[in-house]
Write a protein that binds this ligand. Structure first.
Ligand SMILES: Cc1cc2nc3c(=O)[nH]c(=O)nc-3n(C[C@H](O)[C@H](O)[C@H](O)COP(=O)(O)OP(=O)(O)OC[C@H]3O[C@@H](n4cnc5c(N)ncnc54)[C@H](O)[C@@H]3O)c2cc1C
Length: 487
């Protein structure tokens, strides 16, 4: 019999931590505490306000977009009473339009149309596009048949050729979210799923769909999630499942007027116990049957409190630095790797910036590590005066990292010199701990099943980005799954 009075500690006030609070409340647990080390909630959903032409609006340095497959995020919206805009954007709303630019050769800096057969027509281009269309259809068919079950959130069983979990499919997701009933919980065996441990590049090769990487690379690599020769296909296809990928191609995306951070501000305002800010968890001890948590507040004061259960939504590779991690936890979490995703918001010289967002495909290959891959232009009505966020990755398996400062310089050069949008000032720059994942080898050897096996040991549960994928939807859904199954 579940004890709904048990005292639960949640580390982290990002999307995952707040979602744990939401789903615990839905199941009748009200004795929870969320600790957040910063003076704000939302984690990497961070949307600072910037003044342009005398008006302050939201810009994004972290999460930006969602799609029709964002079921758990919809539940967060419902809980907080704050909703997305799109996919049809009206005047005065942020927009998601984009164009593509070349960065080399005679076309350097120019707008190109790689997916339009009529622009710069050649038979070679036409044949490549026909091939792309055919392979897209082929992959869609394969994912429905050969890889049935691939679209469950999370990775439990995949390395063994099994699937368990809530399906991301649009049809059948009833989203009742009472924390207990998962109407479209799927379960089954499918040995072909083991292929998902392969790097996405290899996965495409064995299935004869190499061309589709040209579509997936935009919302995958340029969004900081790594390169296709290093990332298991499971991550790529669970985030960009066929429905989500089609929504991205068709530009049917969501974004939020006051920024994604506002989703979580709104949730936090409605929680019975809003996150306790500026309070970092600095020590965890787990003697028999208890969890003893020490926090440090903004004034440097430490406080120790006893809980019955612990939910960790923060990076597990750092868990051993403040917790009494077991040998098993140390070994498992030591295998987590993450991306180093750099972004800055730039203001341009008067009337000299871009007018919509731009993607530079050539810079999404490992050879061009550290170069600007994409810039995000949020407010169409601000035209050439709209500050833009510029993004790059600075790590790739087997290559030395590009130093952070050098990456910023390379990104600025790309924007100033190659694209010829003169930057007046950089308003905000950061590097994010991004997209935690495991290597194809660790994935194949059952890393996720080993994680599942330790859930609940020492009254501790692990949630957050590593569970399924590093986006808002997968992290909130992982919290739903953990709360649903273990509480
Ligand atoms: C540039 C960028 C673009 C992105 N674009 C998108 C997008 O378009 N769509 C999308 O869905 N997702 C996007 N994401 C990803 C999305 O923001 C993350 O996947 C999501 O925020 C993860 O939520 P989380 O709660 O697991 O982790 P986080 O958001 O990282 O939150 C973790 C929280 O824990 C706190 N914390 C850490 N250690 C402690 C401690 N010891 N004690 C107390 N608190 C602690 C942190 O301060 C933080 O607030 C983007 C992210 C970035 C950086």
């Amino acid at each position: 019999m579940a004890n709904k009075d048990e005292k639960i500690c949640i580390i982290g006030g990002g999307p995952a931590g707040l979602a744990c609070g939401v789903y615990l409340e839905k199941k009748g647990y009200e004795n929870y505490t969320i600790y957040e080390k910063l003076n704000k909630v939302g984690g990497k959903a961070y949307s600072p306000k910037i003044e342009v032409n005398g008006e302050k609006r939201s810009y994004e340095t972290g999460a930006i977009m969602g799609a029709i497959t964002y079921h758990a995020v919809s539940e967060m919206e419902e809980f907080g009473g704050y909703y997305h805009k799109g996919p049809d954007f009206k005047k005065g709303e942020p927009n998601m339009r984009r164009e593509y630019r070349s960065v080399s050769g005679k076309d350097a800096g120019k707008v190109i149309e790689p997916f339009n057969p009529k622009a710069d027509f050649s038979f070679k281009k036409l044949i490549k596009l026909v091939k792309l269309k055919k392979q897209f259809k082929k992959l869609a068919r394969l994912m429905e048949t050969k890889y049935r079950g691939y679209d469950c959130y999370g990775h439990i069983g995949v390395a063994k050729g099994e699937y368990y979990g809530i399906s991301k499919l649009v049809d059948g997701y009833e989203g009742t979210a009472d924390g207990q009933a998962f109407p479209n919980y799927l379960e089954g065996k499918n040995p072909a799923l083991k292929d998902l441990a392969l790097p996405f590049k290899k996965f495409c090769e064995i299935n004869g769909v190499e061309e589709v990487q040209r579509i997936w690379i935009g919302p995958y690599t340029s969004f900081g999630y790594g390169y296709f020769d290093e990332i298991p296909a499971a991550y790529v296809l669970k985030y960009l499942d066929m429905t989500t990928a089609k929504e991205f191609v068709g530009l049917r995306l969501w974004t939020w007027q006051d920024g994604t951070q506002e989703i979580y501000n709104a949730v936090n305002r409605k929680l019975k116990h809003p996150a306790i800010l500026e309070t970092e968890v600095v020590r965890i001890e787990r003697p028999e049957g208890k969890v003893v948590v020490t926090t440090r507040n903004g004034k440097g004061e430490e406080r120790t409190e006893e809980f019955d259960k612990l939910i960790v939504t923060t990076p597990l590779d750092y868990f051993k630095e403040y917790a009494d991690a077991t040998e098993e936890e140390k070994e498992l979490f030591g295998k987590i790797v993450h991306e180093k995703y750099v972004d800055f918001i730039a203001r341009f010289e008067e009337e000299q910036g871009p007018v919509i967002s731009g993607y530079m495909f050539e810079n999404m290959e490992p050879e061009n590590l550290g170069h600007a891959m994409v810039y995000y232009h949020r407010w169409e009505d601000q035209g050439k005066n709209c500050p833009c966020t510029v993004y790059a990755l600075r790590n790739h398996t087997g290559d030395p990292d590009i130093p952070y400062e050098k990456t910023l310089e390379m990104m600025k050069d790309d924007i100033n010199k190659v694209l010829k949008f003169p930057i007046k000032e950089v308003l905000y720059a950061q590097e994010s701990y991004y997209c935690p994942h495991v290597s194809p080898e660790d994935y194949a050897s059952g890393w996720y099943d080993k994680l599942e096996a330790i859930q609940g040991n020492k009254n501790t549960y692990f949630a957050g980005e590593i569970l399924s994928f590093g986006d808002m939807e997968d992290t909130c859904a992982a919290s739903k799954d953990i709360v649903g199954r273990f509480f």
